[in-house]
Design a protein around this ligand. Structure first.
Ligand code: GDP
Length: 304
């Protein structure tokens, strides 16, 4: 958790730090303070609806307990936010728990630049460290550079990769990958998919085809479909998630670049808008800079 606290330092100091500033400025809770808190939540990408929920609950509690001291009010505010993050999320199993299927098939989707390749590399490394036999499938055949990039990460992670020529059919290479994972007893298969800005129809068709291809070999796969979103892109992250979820049923979110954002409220926003758990948190460019998201330690590091 100490490490986590360090990684969250930037987000934390911007987010909670601003709230502390507002609190320190005054002797009693007043309308202006509440307005400032609202503004901070909004500017940190918490989203309109979520900000509204937080503030409504916060004000109710202050009224109920007749709180006028700003510092005590701040404790109430963090409690409200903590409760929101903890509700439901507590039950989310650790992404790196013992895989429940063999091979355990994970598909990664997301637009270019969000950190999809990096995240797959980090996940491969972590499973490999756990002693799992991991295979990466370079299903983003759209750009030659994407294939090269993921091959570099596979090497870093110390795991093999199945790849094809640029522009070949992604479903064909994914079929080959899953097929050989079955034949050779792999524990985990991590599948990259094209991250270009799709038109909605294309995206839908391509992902549906990929899903069907995997299911030809393993009917109950993919076991996870992880959308990679960039924490620094705010509202875009939310709309991307909506689009992808329509194309292929998502099971969770990998929220990247959380180390680099002052807008940590995005985590509340995603939670409210998608009812999807954040399962992975990217906190740096290094191979170990990925954390399975767990609400309790996160909340501890963020609020304490
Ligand atoms: P892709 O196009 O979605 O595959 O994105 P890449 O994996 O190539 O990542 C794009 C850029 O984001 C690279 O410079 C990565 O080093 C950087 N990146 C990815 N994840 C993180 C993260 O969690 N934190 C930080 N600070 N940078 C990240």
């Amino acid at each position: 958790v100490k490490n986590l606290k360090e990684k969250l330092a930037k987000t934390n100091s911007n987010f909670m730090g601003k709230i502390t500033e507002t609190v320190k400025k005054r002797k009693v809770v007043d309308e202006e303070m509440l307005a400032e808190i609202e503004e901070i939540l909004l500017s940190c990408d918490t989203g309109i609806e979520m900000t509204d929920i937080i503030l409504t609950r916060f004000k109710e509690q202050l009224k109920k307990d007749k709180v006028t001291d700003p510092e005590i009010a701040q404790i109430y505010l963090t409690d409200v936010m903590r409760d929101i993050l903890l509700a439901e999320n507590e039950e989310t199993p650790d992404f790196f728990a013992e895989p429940q299927a063999k091979p355990y098939v994970v598909v990664f989707v997301g637009v270019n630049g969000t950190g999809k390749t990096t995240t797959i590399g980090k996940v491969a490394y972590k499973f490999n460290q756990m002693g799992k036999k991991v295979l990466i499938v370079a299903g983003d055949t759209f750009r030659a550079a994407a294939i090269e990039q993921i091959a570099i990460w596979a090497e870093r992670a110390g795991v093999p990769i199945v790849r094809s020529q640029p522009d070949s059919d992604p479903a064909a290479i994914i079929y080959d990958g899953v097929h050989s994972a079955l034949a050779r007893g792999y524990d985990v298969v991590l599948i990259d998919t094209a991250g270009r800005q799709h038109t909605k129809d294309n995206l839908m068709k391509e992902l549906t085809k990929i899903e069907r291809t995997i299911q030809k070999l393993i009917p109950d796969a993919p076991h996870e479909v992880i959308l990679v979103v960039d924490a620094t892109t705010g509202q875009n992250a939310v709309s991307q998630a909506h689009n992808f979820d329509k194309a292929m049923k998502l099971t969770g979110i990998a929220l990247t670049k959380y180390d680099g954002t002052s807008k940590g409220g995005i985590i509340f926003n995603l939670k409210y808008n998608l009812q999807l758990p954040v399962k992975l948190l990217g906190v740096g460019e290094g191979i170990e800079d990925l954390l399975p998201f767990k609400a309790v330690p996160f909340v501890k590091a963020f609020f304490e």
